[in-house]
Design a binder for this molecule. Structure first.
Ligand code: NAD
Length: 496
């Protein structure tokens, strides 16, 4: 199936995509399957080239065998097509490189078509400590000119200082306009749908502020533990691994002012204003407005699971759960709580934005109906399913002697039946296609990452100064009981 004409780069030139860390988990699980689907849908040009580059002396055939094997194990059987694979495989190559000593870069440079006027996209899917070395090697081999772009995986640092160091190292070689920082949540269909919902409809905007909205909740809940990545996770924790990037990006899209256009900087300017309007959580308020927790042994999905201690390498004060109340100090959002929550080993796996509108100012219904009278809610699910629902009140149909009875009904704003029956895209497909087309709207700008770290750092600093240790919660529960108390303190409750 041939799609549109976006199969070449933004300038219409052929593009080489080089994936550093091409043998890694992310590349095998997400990037190659996404590229395979772009090929299946006709988005990769006939002359597109994808080069896996990693430490490890592999032949092209051995690399292709691995990509093939992992692809088949990761994508549903019904979406595998041997003809598509054959076409795709012809575009894939492998080069062995080492970012630290520069070996292999000569051969990589010789394999690229950049000197013939093509473009190159360098995707850094390695540990961030190599980003500076990779940039230095690209520069040394004359690969960092105006025809190349660079994609950075998270995390960009673990605090503001280290984030600046990564940004400085990359920024010394590439201008900001050619740096694409990935937050894969922004590639999700419902996240882009949120932009459409807010800015392609006039209905919601008059209510989209402190007069119309009671509270906003953003939850990213995982059932898994640390899955063999204990030491990586133990250095970051829920605040840095999830909240600093994914949850704050979602908050920005809910809270930002209408941008003047969908141009990258127009959107990112508005997100930045939100991040800069986040009220710092003072030391005095830290215990009232934030809760951190760590899971102990329990049961998830009916199966006994060990605690964080037992899964790891000893005692740790790393939080596997965080919930907090954020406030945005601007005219639109004054007084509206944004509750954010994320954790591991919670009862269900889902990501959701929950927006509760204000109650009706006065009820005209009989007393019994008032019990069922609910405020309107907009529920945007990002995973496992991608849905948008608007909950409205409605009359219970039929006759009755006791006056009108009310019920909550759900309007499904998600997708047409036709769209629903289509394959759900991997978020990376959208982002890879955008970077091939030099469109950076859904990528995070340097000042955004730094503003987010600044806000997050003062929370971590508050915990440190107050000697706040994560509170235990049993695996399979919704975090420490203090998290329930957090919303109740302000007259709300979590939407579980
Ligand atoms: P991984 O450990 O599985 O793979 C690392 C890759 O880097 C391998 O291909 C390895 O050969 C290569 N590498 C290591 N040292 C190198 C060197 N000196 N020179 C060149 N290549 C070198 O890591 P991963 O899980 O695929 O993660 C990659 C990046 O993506 C990290 O920044 C990680 O934080 C980020 N990330 C991963 C996931 C995920 O689900 N795995 C999710 C989000 C972000």
């Amino acid at each position: 199936m041939q799609a549109d004409s976006t199969s070449r780069s933004g300038t219409g030139r052929p593009t080489d995509l080089i994936i550093f860390g091409g043998t890694g988990d992310l590349a095998m699980r997400m990037l190659f399957p996404s590229l395979y689907f772009l090929e299946a849908d006709g988005y990769l040009a006939d002359d597109a080239r994808i080069i896996g580059a990693a430490r490890g002396d592999l032949s092209r055939d051995a690399f292709l065998d691995e990509v093939h094997k992992r692809l088949k194990s990761h994508i549903p059987k019904k979406y595998y097509d041997a003809d598509v694979w054959d076409r795709f495989a012809q575009k894939v190559d492998y080069k062995s490189v080492d970012a630290t000593d520069g070996s292999g870069f000569e051969a990589l440079a010789a394999a690229l078509r950049i000197r013939d006027g093509s473009e190159a996209v360098f995707y850094f899917s390695t540990a961030p400590r190599f980003y500076g070395d990779l940039c230095a090697q690209l520069k040394a081999h004359d690969l960092a000119g105006p025809q190349s772009r660079v994609v950075l995986e998270k995390p960009i640092g673990h605090d503001l200082t280290s984030c600046r160091a990564v940004n400085d190292a990359v920024g010394a070689v590439f201008p900001e306009s050619r740096i694409y920082r990935i937050d894969h949540y922004l590639g999700k269909e419902t996240v882009q749908n949120l932009i459409a919902l807010r800015f392609a409809n006039s209905l919601l905007e008059p209510l989209w502020n402190a007069n119309g909205i009671e509270q906003v909740q953003i939850t990213v809940s995982e059932t898994v533990g640390v899955e063999g990545r204990w030491s990586y996770y133990n250095d970051s924790g829920a605040l840095r691994d999830m909240l600093q990037n994914h949850l704050l990006q979602l908050l920005c899209l809910v809270a930002m002012e209408p941008p003047t256009s969908l141009d990258a900087d127009a959107v990112r300017d508005e997100k930045l204003k939100v991040l800069r309007s986040l009220r710092p959580i003072s030391k005095q308020e830290n215990a009232l407005k934030t809760v951190c927790g760590q899971y102990t042994a329990g049961a998830v999905d009916g199966k006994a699971v060990p605690g964080y201690f037992e899964e790891g390498e000893g005692e740790s004060t790393t939080e596997t759960f965080i919930s907090l109340r954020a406030d945005i100090d601007n005219w639109r959002w004054r007084g509206v709580p944004f509750y954010l929550r994320t954790g591991k080993r919670l009862p269900y796996r889902y990501s959701e934005i929950f927006i509760q509108f204000k109650d009706v100012p006065h009820s005209i219904f009989p007393e019994e109906s008032n019990l069922t009278l609910q405020s309107n809610k907009l529920i945007i699910r990002l995973q496992p399913e991608e849905t948008i629902k608007l909950l409205m009140m409605n009359k219970v149909p039929g006759l009755g002697r006791d006056g009108m009875k009310l019920q909550e009904v759900s309007l499904d704003l998600s997708m047409s039946d036709e769209a629903r029956s289509r394959r759900r895209r991997i978020a990376y497909e959208r982002l890879l296609l955008d970077v091939l087309n030099a469109n950076s709207t859904l990528f995070v700008r340097r000042d955004e990452t730094e503003a987010a770290w600044k806000w997050v750092d003062q929370i971590a600093e508050g915990w440190r100064e107050l000697g706040q240790k994560p509170k235990p919660y049993a695996a399979g529960s919704w975090g420490p009981s203090a998290s329930v108390a957090l919303t109740e303190r302000y007259g709300h409750s979590w939407h579980d």
